[in-house]
Write a protein that binds this ligand. Sequence first.
Ligand SMILES: [Zn+2]
Length: 142
Amino acid sequence: MAKSLVEMAAEIIAAQASQSRMTPDEITEGLQKTYEALQRIQGREEGAPEPVTEKISKTAPSASIQRNKIICLGCEREFKQLSKRHLASHGLTPRSYKEKYGIPLATALTAKSLSAKRRRIAKERGLGEKLAQARKKRLRKK
Ligand SMILES: [Zn+2]
């Protein structure tokens, strides 16, 4: 089992006291300082902030685009649509984002429901145009 900080501090001071003559006050002060120093070191070990290297995303690229949301693989935030502006905050463009995470370039960076809706609108619009063209043709034939 690991020694407690108090035990460690006491050992350090005992070792020092055996080498040099220390007054009880010096021992108390030394003990306190050593204990504080050990506490600082331990705090640094345990509470050490994560290295500021890039956060590795927990989300698989293939799972990042979901029905009602898209998860940004750079920061794990959820969006309806990954905007160019947001990607720029990671220093990426839609293209480099896809390349970086291995997402096919043809994939829309939007929630699936949103891209489906867009496709439907586009289809309806296309259908409307075809109808209009067909009507024109018919008119010309008359
Ligand atoms: Zn992000």
